[in-house]
Write a protein that binds this ligand. Sequence first.
Ligand code: AG3
Length: 287
Amino acid sequence: MLWFTEYYGGEGMDLKGTGLTFKVRSAFSKKTRYQELLLLDTEDWGKVLVLDGAVQTTERDEFIYHEMIVHPACFTFVRKIEKVLVIGGGDGGTVRELLKHNPLSVDMVEIDREVVEFSKKELPSISFSLGDERVNLIFGDGREFVRDKEGVYDLIIVDCSDPVGPSKVLYEESFYRDCKKALKDDGIFVTQSESPFAQRRVHRQVVKELEKVFKIVRPYLAFIPTYPSGMWSFTMASDRLDPLGAAPSALGRLYREFVEKNGNLKYYNPEIHYGAFAIPNFVYMEE
Ligand code: AG3
């Protein structure tokens, strides 16, 4: 019998002696140019994609992460979403959810081509939208890509791994500044912002850096069972649009129209939209 444990305790982790263990039917691993890629076929979670020892996505709970990194921002727009940029997101789950909002185009800049190719083959239920004609796949460095863009995007989503290895630069103030410049005036920026319980320092740092750059910064939560501690966060930032400013009646109407076209979502709904922004006291308390 084979078991895999993600051990918590690396850089940025406040938990030092805890892990999450999966019973594994089979495993495949490969070193790419950027990281170690591992695919597990597990008893409980379906296929699980692991990068450098950190669980990125599982077939059973990926819907939570991917719905929550996309829909709160998309339902904050009252106008049509035209151009979107995704940085990272190699498994394709973020693009799959984005396309439900019918943007004109999605540029996705992923550093590791092999993660995309591998996900296309092994995780089709997550990656199937990557072949859509509105999606422009760019293999390269997202940090570099945004540097010279100005006023292009309605929405930028950073779907990255922990701040170690290739993702480290995606947690810096200068990157957030370049993203703001790449956005239209009423654009929205969203990043995954780690676990407020297991990586509280990193989470707080993300929020602090974003507050230096954007007028409105709103961290929010989702429950993701296979990530460290299960308590996960995202942070939305904008100079103009506030997810809590959307009128419940208008948002409810948009949501009903959305569901008529796309069918029901599995996690996000209008109640979650407002509720997710409620943060427990300990997260921002001084020690
Ligand atoms: N990206 C965020 C994963 C972070 C998980 N961290 C960990 N297991 N230590 C997920 C990418 C999904 N598209």
